[in-house]
Design a protein around this ligand. Structure first.
Ligand code: TRP
Ligand code: ZN
Length: 480
């Protein structure tokens, strides 16, 4: 579900990353009518063309929906699954790739016809019986299974984390390929249906709305629907013994929170989850209407998850946030702010991550002011004084892969927004905070687009502001 303009950007980026030349090569008039063998049809690129992560995602098609049918036994970490993927070719394809880490593929069909497939590392290469002409909508079905595991451990524990009869799938900047075949890049957002069958008594929590739950022969199937387009790294699945609380918010939308049963009942995790809608409602006063069909959160009890992640409509929180006596609402405010910034408006390329983390960090300051009267201005000044070289030497607008999740991206990103606020004035700034997610809702964005948007609101160039705060390797002076 990427928009036409963005598709063009991706194709261009794909060329620079060594993808196949899009120019058609001449085909002989007498060539046999096997499109896969003719020159017009070319393999889709093995990457989406992200400058920071060239191998992530793939080129040549645009996914509209994933339908995942999973049967998972958490005792033995055994997965049996089919994925049904509806996509549109954005080029004349002789073959195309999906990303899949580990696991075994049993069979692949394209539009119901058996397709050839081969594996090369985390790439699943699919050659349909006939080529797919640009603009064609097609359905891929992959039957697969095995014992899913972690991916990309260099970037913190992510992927499919199984331990002690429980499992959770999450991680950034990639994780989805650890549990289903996917175009694993945020530029290709899609809707999801996740149908998970687990032993009776075990919970299986995913994104969006719980559209059904039924039990037969000692197994329970949980059917989840995420109807708004979602970036693949925001898909999650938690399987285990959870205290699941379902309810309805005053806007009629369902609320599902799940806290691992091993965490103390009525403790800090339960209390923080219970404040989810209150915090979302506060953020809606700042950012405009909550962008999704459902609310919630999942608190896992796996110490490898030493972070939280803004998985769509249902963030996942590691256990460490809830060890102390406090309610740790700051992390809930952060992950819920991502529902607007990161989830509804997603990065087009990972370099622009400050568009997620800068806003989510700014939301922590807004929440702290609301909750405890600690002024945002003071939070900004404290951060400005406290920051050292690790912040000022790393430009949040182009931090480099090594520093993508660094303090600068979060805190200097938030400081950038506060300086923008001082420049625009409160009226225009808070108008901007609502209009940006409204305009980009369910889409993707780049920093250049944000700057253009802010300049439009300002009615003047903001070049020197953004240059100093996002792109220079030095400490900018405080605005006068
Ligand atoms: N994006 C997450 C947040 O800000 C935190 C995060 C950073 C993360 N790196 C990660 C999560 C790696 C999972 C994996 O809330
Ligand atoms: Zn964040």
């Amino acid at each position: 579900m990427r928009r036409a303009l963005l598709a063009v950007v991706l194709v261009v980026a794909g060329c620079t990353s060594g993808g196949p030349a899009p120019a058609p090569s001449p085909s002989t008039p007498s060539a046999p009518p096997s499109p896969a063998a003719s020159g017009r049809f070319q393999p889709g690129a093995a990457g989406a063309g992200d400058p920071y992560y060239p191998t992530y995602g793939n080129g040549g098609y645009d996914v509209a929906s994933y339908q995942l049918r999973l049967r998972y036994d958490p005792a033995g970490n055994r997965l049996t699954a089919t994925a049904t993927i509806v996509a549109t070719a954005t080029a004349d394809l002789s073959r195309f790739n999906l990303d899949l880490a580990g696991l075994t593929v049993q069979s692949v069909t394209v539009d119901g016809t058996r397709a050839a497939s081969a594996r090369d590392g985390n790439e699943l290469m699919i050659t349909p019986a006939r080529g797919l002409a640009k603009g064609t909508r097609f359905t891929v079905q992959v039957a697969y299974g095995g014992r899913p595991g972690p991916v990309n451990p260099r970037l913190g524990a992510g992927g499919f984390l199984h331990d002690d009869g429980e499992a959770v799938a999450l991680g950034q900047p990639e994780s989805a390929s650890s549990w289903f075949p996917v175009n694993d890049h945020p530029s290709d957002k899609a809707t999801y249906t996740v149908e998970v069958t687990v032993p009776e008594g075990v919970s299986a929590i995913s994104n969006g709305v719980l559209a059904g739950r039924s039990t037969a022969d000692g197994w329970t199937t949980w059917r989840w629907e995420e109807r708004a387009p979602m970036a693949s790294y925001l898909a999650t699945l938690a399987v285990g013994e959870y205290r699941v609380i379902t309810g309805e918010h005053n806007d009629g939308k369902p609320v599902v929170t799940a806290v691992d049963s091993s965490l103390p009942a009525g403790g800090p995790a339960d209390r923080a989850m219970a404040r989810t809608t209150e915090i979302a409602d506060f953020l809606a006063t700042q950012f405009g209407p909550y962008p999704f069909d459902a609310y919630g959160g999942i608190v896992v009890d796996d110490t490898r998850v030493n972070y939280a992640l803004e998985t769509q409509s249902r963030p996942v929180y590691g256990p460490s946030f809830f060890l102390g006596p406090g309610d740790a609402t700051w992390v809930v405010a952060h992950e819920l702010a991502h529902q607007w910034f990161g989830d509804s408006v997603s990065v087009q390329r990972w370099q622009d991550l400050w568009l997620n983390e800068g806003f989510a960090s700014y939301a922590e300051w807004l929440w702290a002011e609301h909750e405890s009267g600690y002024p945002v201005e003071q939070a900004f000044l404290d951060e400005y004084e406290r920051s050292g070289d690790e912040v000022w030497q790393v430009p949040p607008g182009d931090p480099g892969v090594e520093n993508l999740f660094s303090r600068s991206v979060y805190k200097r990103g938030a400081m950038t927004l506060h300086v923008l606020r001082k420049t625009l004035g409160d009226d225009a700034f808070f108008r901007m905070l609502k209009e940006w997610p409204a305009q980009k809702r369910n889409g993707n964005a780049t920093t250049a687009e944000f700057i253009a948007f802010a300049e439009q609101i300002a009615g003047t160039s903001l070049r020197s502001l953004f240059d100093a705060w996002l792109y220079q390797k030095s400490k900018p002076p405080l605005p006068q």
